[in-house]
Design a protein around this ligand. Sequence first.
Ligand code: SF4
Length: 523
Amino acid sequence: MSQDVEDIKPSYPLFREQEYRDTLANKRDNFEEKHPQEKIDEVFQWTTTEEYKELNFQREALTVNPAKACQPLGSVLCSLGFENTMPYVHGSQGCVAYFRTYFNRHFKEPISCVSDSMTEDAAVFGGQQNMKDGLENCMKVYKPDMIAVSTTCMAEVIGDDLNAFINNSKNEGHVPQDYPVPFAHTPSFVGSHTTGWDNMFEGIIRYFTLNYMEDKEVGSNGQINIVPGFETYLGNYRVIKRMLNEMEVPFKLLSDPEEVLDTPADGQFRMYSGGTTQDEVRDAPNAKDTLLLQAWQLVKTEKFVRNTWKHEAPRINIPMGLEWTDEFLMKVSEISGQPIPDSLAKERGRLVDMMTDSHAWMHGKKFALWGDPDFVMGMSKFLMELGAEPTHILCHNANKRWKKAMEAILETSPYGSNSEVHLGKDLWHMRSLVFTNKPDFMIGNSYGKFIQRDTLYKGEEHEVPLIRIGFPIFDRHHLHRQTTMGYEGAMQMLTTLVNAVLERLDDETRGMQTTDYNYDLVR
Ligand code: SF4
């Protein structure tokens, strides 16, 4: 055996050794009925053509490599943002294993979440007994102060009624009557992870405030509520808090998983850490107003906040890039009456300085990007502020109104004149786009690495490098700690983008005596 206890090798490079090459070749030749390599290459080449792209874009009843995830994933993230709260998913155990591993691989943290593990009998007779046992066990074993319930496809297909099940569980004494069990139906065959976040958040604020509005008065606590939406950059929670603290604006971040997703390794396991408290949620209607950082994905929340809390909840853009961070801070200033301090004005000036320094390298660079609706919009806007062109803009989980708004934003800049917006499309569509109209880079989550590999397979000149900004990022470490919002986020994104451009230029110009006339020390 080429594997040796004194010299343990991982699969790469181990599988490159002759013994493994022979084994794999034998398996392929004798058991896999592999097509001839020429045929594979022929089909590969065809999938990179304009003809194939047109067929690909006619695809209706099939998603390949979705650029979104399912609803309960979002509801779990939302629930993790509340103090001592256990996310509870009514449905199949495998779904919950998927949610936990998905976050676990992205955040490199343990993710607490329970399921009531419905199986075949529950799928036929309904999952009420699972709910009763599950709530009781969860409360006794993990001792949360709140259990936030959402559903998987299976529970939704058979039509389980969460309200009735939870009430029956309480009436039968499985959990105390006054024990908080907010819930949200999160059918995964509609919407996406962002819808699930919105549904769960609305479920939680509904639970704590809907029937308790008599003594509430808008503005009486002097605060501003901030609702992040499905947000996986820990730096974004931190930068929003920092900016508001610098402005000395009293605020509450409603759903704040920043601590539980970043616990220290000091010998103590923290199942719960930080988060918005129940009292803060009860008090939220007393705030002066509520700002939704990602309004395109917070439709239900917006409606509830306006109709029940009677907050204006003014429409703001995601605070990404220069102008939209300006807008955010000015809106906060307007609501709170607090001026924007010199510290933030200076930070802004530093960002403008950085943008000017890098402009020559960013100008005219073409980017393909995908992700959630607000992120994609903010990223496109920032690219145009840098003089770059968001050529292919793809969003799997937005609506037609978003597309119209996105196109209107593109029309405001000459850098948006060659852009195309693709709504409800997936990463297999994106693959066709980058083969037929090559951008310089892609911006998106880790799944884009397979598109990059395919473009390289076609030939070096076709390769489109991936810049990892988005969710999930499984194959690089610690990027989730970064910041994409505020001036600080814009600085970090610009640093990432411009250095990707320069790295690429170095790659292309280090050919000895061919291209190295431009392999410069100073860029
Ligand atoms: S799509 Fe449905 S079945 Fe699949 S993980 Fe999500 S909830 Fe479970």
